[in-house]
Write a protein that binds this ligand. Structure first.
Ligand code: ADP
Ligand code: MG
Length: 394
């Protein structure tokens, strides 16, 4: 362990470790005892353990954490607990300082997208078979990087998000496969198999503010300047919901919004306004819509190979209902290595953008997820922000 011991400042660090005993297959505490505790002892990193007791606990812990007494937060769970911690830090009056607290991730959940994205960003490789050990090295090395945060508002709530929004197929799988939680990561594979036999179509409007240089991404590298021919775009979407104001969000002046604690940053347009001309809108029957801002959306899902941790880009991925079962299956199978983006189809759209709005049209129930957690099924709008959190990653 010479490599570990030679690194500077390790013994100065004092971390708090949040463990979610409910996450994944319920093995987070075992992962802590077998890996985290041992490696911290070898690296002489002091730490305090807190076991989360209920959903939302980690948000409260992060909100009330004494920052002066701690150099970083380590999370042993999945993406859901990271979402809680980020939002807990953003809830604080001192959020500008608090959000810079380095966050380390040990994959203990069934959805471990950020852990996989960190290892990929650091090494250029997919995690080895042992994502836990790979992740522990990222924490122990003591370096941190910026992680971009996207601001999401709905009529009833608002969130800071680091991973994705899901609507349609994979959101359904994500939430419906909760009952297969005991399978760990494999729950998604089984969930997909179950869902593909009876996949639903979602009628709605997807709007987005393209990057200047935006276009379809093929192959993660080649950029074209046109949008799939069968996607009819409108330049202006009519808003079709009422103007009730969102919790904690109020309009300050044109183009600026403030959520509570005076977090002010530019947002192109609010959920309640009709969209400016630069936006494009698509009304369609969709099978799957997923705006994503990390390379991975799950441990084995290399969804957007081009996405960087610190860039201000949302990659909007849409599949429209013309996609057949066989093609959908083919796409899902190829996500593991990112080659799904090579499957060109008039039913596929991948577009880098700065902001998006999703409007489900049906009154039927459906599922929307933010960072893998279900949120209420209603129109939502999101924008990139200049706000960055810090994650332990070399
Ligand atoms: P997974 O990847 O397995 O879904 P997450 O980190 O997303 O793991 O956590 C799943 C959910 O567990 C989150 O919604 C979180 O709020 C919740 N949670 C945290 N602590 C507890 C607890 N003690 N009991 C039940 N749920 C909890
Ligand atoms: Mg989760």
């Amino acid at each position: 362990h010479a490599e570990v011991n030679n690194l500077p400042d390790l013994e100065c660090r004092n971390l708090v470790v949040y463990i979610n005993p409910f996450s994944g297959q319920g093995k987070a505490m075992q992962i802590y005892k077998k890996h985290v505790k041992k490696m911290f002892a070898e690296a002489e990193i002091k730490h305090t353990v807190v076991k989360t007791e209920y959903a939302g606990h980690a948000r409260h812990l992060a909100r009330d954490l004494n920052l002066a007494s701690c150099d970083g937060i380590v999370i042993v769970s999945g993406d859901g607990l990271i979402h809680e911690v980020v939002n807990g830090l953003m809830d604080r009056n001192d959020w500008k300082i608090a959000i810079q607290t380095p966050i380390g991730i040990v994959p203990g959940g069934s959805g471990n997208a950020l852990a996989a994205a960190i290892v990929y960003a650091s090494t250029g490789q997919h995690a080895s078979l042992d994502l836990v050990t790979d992740s522990m090295f990222e924490i122990i090395k003591g370096r941190s990087r910026d992680l971009s945060l996207v601001y999401i508002q709905s009529q009833s709530s608002f969130y800071f998000s680091f991973l994705n929004v899901g609507w349609g197929f994979v959101a359904d799988v994500d939430i419906e496969s909760e009952k297969f939680r005991g399978l760990g990561n494999a729950r998604f594979t089984l969930g997909c198999a179950v869902r593909i036999a009876s996949y639903r179509k979602y009628h709605g409007m997807v709007s987005y503010l393209p990057l200047e240089k935006s276009g379809i991404i093929n192959n993660g590298s080649k950029t074209q300047t046109t949008i799939g021919t069968s996607f009819k775009t409108k330049t202006l979407a009519e808003t079709n919901w009422n103007n009730s104001s969102s919790a904690g969000i109020r309009s300050e002046e044109s183009g600026y919004f403030s959520s509570k604690n005076t977090k002010i940053f530019h947002i192109s347009s609010s959920l309640h306004e009709s969209l400016p001309n630069e936006w494009k809108s698509i009304e369609e029957e969709f099978v799957w819509v997923m705006p994503v801002y990390l390379s991975h959306v799950g441990q084995d899902m290399f969804m957007m190979p081009n996405a960087k941790l610190d860039e201000d880009v949302i990659y909007l991925y849409c599949l429209k209902s013309g996609v057949g079962r066989a093609q959908l299956l083919n796409i899902l199978l190829n996500i593991a290595d990112g080659t799904h983006l090579n499957i060109s189809s008039e039913n596929t759209l991948v577009v880098p953008c700065r902001a998006f709005r999703l409007e489900p049209f049906t009154n039927k129930t459906g599922l929307l997820t933010v960072d893998g957690e279900a949120v209420s099924y209603e129109p939502i709008q999101a924008t990139v922000t200049p706000i960055k959190s810090r994650i332990m990653c070399s």
